[in-house]
Design a protein around this ligand. Structure first.
Ligand SMILES: [Mn+2]
Length: 254
């Protein structure tokens, strides 16, 4: 297991404090990523975090569990995997580019960067769109939605997910599973940034994770976007702990 206690390159603030809160509660063995340079420019800081993360993921046996801060930690993890496909759970598409983003937030560009649409220096070998399944997404910006529908990314509801995962698993060597906890309904799981109403239930997410594990191709998984400062009664923390427990049961690959 690897923890990435960074929010856009800044340590232990916002969703960067999420991995530390999960670790505090679990007391499980874990590698903690630390930055190696003092760059304060956001892109340079994010690049530093991801370079360290890529090395750490490459050093562990699959499936590697990453307690991630921001969604853009996907970049470091993906860089360490061989010909990965992606199953991405998120309330949002994370498919904005600097041109379409309303907020300008780098988190909202994570999947666009992973598939080579912007900030190419962060992702030298992008993942092909046809090897990406975006699951249970419910809140897209207008221009982001246009770009997604014009792409080869598969948008899958929970009902369509098993078939989409089967098709992906048949094509790729390894699967990167991205769990942005904002995919859950905020009334059940409030501890995230950018929450949106109408999400899925924890049991639905647990079942989906088990389905991806059962493909035997899970290379790495990220539990992302947990903000303890927004949590209530440790609800999101408990869900994250259950996810770690489920993922820890997955058979290790050599
Ligand atoms: Mn996200």
């Amino acid at each position: 297991m690897i923890a990435v206690p960074y929010h856009l390159g800044r340590r232990a603030v916002e969703v960067g404090s999420g991995p530390l809160a999960i670790l505090d509660s679990l007391r499980q063995r874990c590698v903690i990523i630390e930055r190696t340079n003092g760059e304060t420019h956001e892109l340079a800081a994010v690049a530093d975090v991801n370079s360290q993360l890529a090395l750490a993921v490459a050093a562990q046996n699959a499936p590697v569990i990453v307690l991630a801060g921001n969604c853009n930690t996907c970049l470091g993890t993906l860089r360490a995997l061989e010909q990965p496909g992606i199953v991405w759970f998120d309330a949002h598409g994370d498919f904005n580019t600097p041109e379409t983003s309303i907020s300008g937030a780098l988190e909202g560009m994570s999947l666009a960067i992973a598939t080579g649409h912007c900030h190419r220096d962060l992702m030298p070998h992008p993942v092909s769109e046809e090897n990406v399944v975006l699951a249970a997404t419910r809140s897209l910006d207008v221009l982001e939605e246009v770009r997604l529908h014009a792409s080869k990314i598969t948008l899958a509801s929970l009902d369509a997910l098993p078939r989409a995962v089967d098709l992906l698993a048949a094509r790729v060597k390894t699967i990167y599973l991205h769990l942005d906890l904002d995919v859950l309904d905020p009334s059940i799981s409030p501890g995230v940034n950018f929450s949106a109403p109408g999400g899925i239930s924890p049991d639905q997410l647990f079942d989906a994770v088990k389905y991806v594990i059962a493909t035997g191709k899970l290379g790495a998984v990220a539990i992302a976007n947990f903000n303890p400062g927004r949590d209530r009664d440790k609800r999101t923390l408990r869900i994250a702990e259950t996810l770690v427990a489920i993922l820890s049961q997955a058979p290790r690959q050599e």
